[in-house]
Write a protein that binds this ligand. Structure first.
Ligand code: ATP
Ligand code: MG
Length: 364
């Protein structure tokens, strides 16, 4: 699997992109359902794959294209057992098979783009058993484009398969959804992800500290691509080894002990101690993990600037906070939160999202 040293470096996420379902991790429910459907020869003509970034939607679409078009000496027969490369497999893996058409709906949003598909659906595949249309980021299609697709999607010719992928399933019309077999790809659990990263480091021959992997897995939020990109970065940062110290520095994480102290000070209502000058962006994400996610938090203050305010500004004595509803004894008066609807740790660690002071309106 490893490339020759002279070949250009391929990032881990590309080098280890799964080529069959045995190497796709953390999506067992989907793989089992597909396995049963293939075994019973009840293969739908349209699939929609959804899930957060980097959990395997595009990868699954390509593996499925291989599975539909599997052909060996005994002839074409769709199968999920792709351990031996079939006649069309290499071309499909390399994205150059004429009968597997990948379209990025983010840059082909209009009805004219869909019209091209509808017109070409009439023609039989040139060499593979099936013509497979993979439409990525399908939620980006215009309303007219979705409507244009409905008839063909309902009754395509027998040699056509559609696979849609999207991170935003809510933006896909129900008329489309009801014509597809839907799979929700899960975030990959920390245990599975840790084992996966360990196996990749083993194949790469790179030493690592378990604590470093734990930090990467936490920051990767269940996305395999995020984890592999962080791992790439950690290998470069640590000059070939993945250590806790370099990962901590790379991720900008605060000292764990300091975070626990801060949490205890906040929980004890000792805001004076808790608001000692520190960089909120380095403590927010890990601090939040120490709370129950069900705590009711309401935003009360948002700075005009997009920069993160220092903690003392957000203390009980700050005029904006003082004017707000009374603070219940024992509740901590303010914490940091990103804009509503954004992922907390992502917003804080990767983008300069506006920060708000928040208050716990009541103790749960
Ligand atoms: N379930 C998985 N098992 C193993 N590797 C995975 C998995 N999901 C993603 N990856 C890794 O992440 C990379 C990106 O995966 P993929 O393109 O399938 O993600 P995606 O779900 O389509 O993401 P996006 O929504 O950003 O398009 C792959 O090349 C692979 O290395
Ligand atoms: Mg994708």
């Amino acid at each position: 699997m490893a490339d020759a040293p002279t070949s250009p470096y391929l990032v881990l996420a590309r080098k280890y992109r799964p080529r069959d379902f045995t190497t796709l991790v953390g999506q067992d429910a989907m793989v089992q359902t597909l396995g049963n459907a293939f075994a019973q020869n009840r293969i739908h003509h349209a699939f929609i794959l959804t899930g957060v970034r980097g959990v395997g939607k595009t990868t699954t679409a390509r593996i499925l294209a291989r599975a539909f078009n599997y052909e060996d000496a005994s002839g074409p027969h769709p199968t999920l057992d792709l351990s031996v490369e079939g006649e069309h497999c290499r071309a499909i893996i390399e994205g150059r098979h004429v009968d597997v058409i990948e379209m990025d709906a983010a840059s082909n949003t209009g009805i004219n783009d869909i019209r091209e598909i509808i017109d070409s659906v009439k023609y039989a595949p040139s060499s593979a058993p099936y013509k497979v249309y993979v439409i990525d980021e399908v939620h980006m299609l215009s309303t007219a484009a979705f409507n244009g697709l409905l008839k063909t999607l309902e009754e395509p010719p027998p040699y056509v398969k559609f696979i849609f992928a999207t991170t935003e399933i809510r933006k896909v019309p129900v008329t489309i959804l009801s014509r597809c077999m839907r799979f929700d790809l899960r975030r990959i659990t920390p245990e599975i992800m840790t084992a996966y990263l360990e196996s990749i480091l083993g194949q790469e021959g790179i030493s690592f500290e378990p604590e470093a992997l734990a930090m990467i897995v936490r920051a990767g939020e269940g996305s395999a691509r995020d984890n592999l990109s962080l791992l790439d970065q950690a290998i470069a940062h640590g000059n070939g080894a993945v250590t806790a110290a370099t990962v901590k520095a790379m991720l900008g994480l605060g000292d764990r002990a300091r975070i626990i102290d801060l949490f205890e000070e906040l929980m004890g209502g000792r805001i004076g101690d808790a608001s000692r000058p520190c960089a909120p962006s380095t403590i927010w994400a890990p601090t939040r993990r120490h709370w129950s996610p069900t705590l009711p938090i309401s935003p009360i203050w948002s700075p005009a600037s997009r920069s993160c305010p220092p903690l003392p500004m957000m203390s009980r004595s700050h005029p904006t906070n003082a004017a707000a509803a009374p603070i219940l004894p024992g509740a901590f008066p303010c914490v940091h939160s990103p804009a509503p609807g954004r992922s907390c740790s992502r917003a804080m660690t990767r983008s300069p999202a506006p920060i708000m002071a928040c208050r716990l309106p009541r103790w749960p």
